[in-house]
Design a protein around this ligand. Structure first.
Ligand SMILES: *Cc1c(COP(=O)(O)O)cnc(C)c1O
Length: 460
């Protein structure tokens, strides 16, 4: 049909709104939003016709397109996804998933009043720090603890409270950038501290620290090189060697540990230092994240000598970086699980995923294959693959995985990967050699069933 005729015959917004199917949308969305979707769909067709392209200008087609616009506009921006990448603490996908108990705790505090800053014994004002401090101290073996928004905030607070106007000594091999422009030298500047670099990129000796200590020194800082390794002709000074030096000079020894591993997972191939080891070796303050290997909510946790923790609680920045009630609830539940390390390994997702055996993963992959039955839209194989810890932890570690590899027949791997991402419950996967790889280590049993449903729908 002539495009001008089509343009002239385009239905009016009001006509479309009177249709029964469109009117029914008003039950699920405000009128304005429905009108906007209809208008948008009409505009799209009009544009296509005006630019000389073909378009279905019938009312049914426009209504269908308006409905899909409406559905998209109703979708939350922050949505749940299935992580089939094999990267356990995928920063872009929200790092650690919470244990069920922790998630429930956060949800309960979110929708109710709570004892956040209320002392139940006296009926007077309490401190939000009290809810978790003793528990964290007990689990880590520290004297005292404090929780802030994230570990970047913990580092800033610590440097500002302890080193403002004075010098903090750090090895040149540990001037870390974490990503998201968190850089140790810049954080120091922001905290009002003078960075006193010692040693070289690859070699730092105890005497380098000794020579740097003077009138102006406020602390010694050791930063765990979470997201990189220097290999070859390398020498660093450990906490155990630094502790006596710090003590004899009456200086605090601060350890920015990054990942917050509480249980030694060496038997699962993970050689990251634990919080307990750092404290036992003599660190006065240890700083770590809540949502890395600890497996809890986003938070920054400071543990160590009471004297320093109290000093940080009093600092004005503490108010700026304070943690909210949902986080505190989730963190309390997470630390409770650590009272029994075996329970922690079972129910904290990141730990359970690290500890999952290849046999467990094979079983999960085979259940996916079985669920796909006689689906003929692709070739499916189960194969070994390599995952990562992610979240800037254990950068050199290959996490062995088992993947379901999908080689679609009627589309290419890139198309399938894209369509998996476009689902109501998106599945995030990787592509390798023309196939889509679904790593079973980061997919739960329940999610594996979801993956099957989506694949069946896409490959039919
Ligand atoms: C990850 C990390 C941080 C930042 O922690 P966030 O909780 O992400 O703010 C700081 N220092 C080190 C050594 C880290 O690994």
């Amino acid at each position: 049909m002539d495009q001008n005729v089509q343009l002239r015959n385009l239905p009016k917004v009001d006509e479309l709104l009177k249709r029964g199917d469109v009117a029914a949308w008003m039950d699920r969305a405000p009128r304005e939003i429905v009108v906007e979707a209809v208008r948008c769909a009409l505009d799209e067709v009009r544009e296509r016709l005006l630019s000389g392209n073909d378009a279905d200008a019938g009312a049914d087609a426009i209504v269908a397109s308006a409905f899909s616009i409406l559905e998209t506009s109703e979708r939350r921006s922050l949505r749940r996804v299935i992580n089939a990448t094999g990267i356990l603490l995928h920063t872009n996908l929200g790092r650690a998933r919470l244990a069920e108990r922790a998630a429930r705790g956060a949800a309960e505090m979110a929708g109710n009043y709570s004892t956040l800053e209320f002392d139940m014994n006296t009926g007077e004002r309490g401190s939000r720090h009290d809810h978790v401090s003793d528990l964290i101290a007990r689990v880590t073996g520290a004297q005292a603890a404090m929780v802030v928004n994230n570990n970047a905030a913990a580092t800033l607070l610590c440097l500002a409270a302890i080193g403002a106007g004075r010098e903090i000594v750090v090895s040149r091999g540990e001037l870390v950038e974490i990503g998201g422009s968190f850089r140790i030298p810049e954080i120091m500047e922001l905290g009002g501290t003078v960075l006193r670099e010692v040693g070289t990129t690859n070699q730092t000796h105890l005497y380098d620290y000794e020579r740097a200590i003077g009138e102006q020194t406020a602390a010694l800082l050791k930063v765990h090189t979470s997201n990189y390794r220097i290999v070859g002709f390398v020498r660093e000074v450990g906490i155990k060697e630094l502790a006596p030096l710090a003590r004899s000079n009456n200086l605090p020894l601060i350890h920015d540990l990054g990942s917050g591993l509480l249980i030694d997972l060496a038997e699962h191939g993970l050689s990251e230092p634990t919080v307990g080891r750092s404290l036992a070796d003599g660190a006065d303050l240890v700083l770590f994240s809540g949502d890395k290997l600890l497996g809890g909510p986003q938070a920054g946790i400071l543990v160590g000598k009471k004297k320093w923790i109290e000093q940080m609680k009093q600092h004005p920045l503490a108010r700026v970086v304070r943690v909210d009630k949902m986080t505190l609830a989730a963190l309390e539940e997470t630390f409770r699980l650590y009272l029994d390390p075996q329970e922690a390994l079972r129910s904290i997702p990141v730990l359970a995923m690290i500890a999952a055996s290849m046999e467990d993963l094979k079983r999960r992959a085979e259940s996916v294959i079985a669920g796909l039955g006689s689906c003929e839209g692709a070739r499916f194989t189960v194969e070994e693959s390599i995952g990562r810890i992610g979240g800037g932890c254990a950068p050199m570690m290959d996490v062995p995985g088992i993947s379901v590899a999908v080689e679609p027949l009627a589309m290419n791997a890139l198309e399938l990967e894209t369509r998996l991402r476009e689902q109501e419950l998106p599945v995030i996967a990787r592509i390798s050699e023309g196939r889509v790889l679904l790593d079973m280590r980061t997919v739960s049993d329940e999610e594996a069933r979801g993956v099957v449903e989506v694949l069946l729908a896409l490959l039919r």
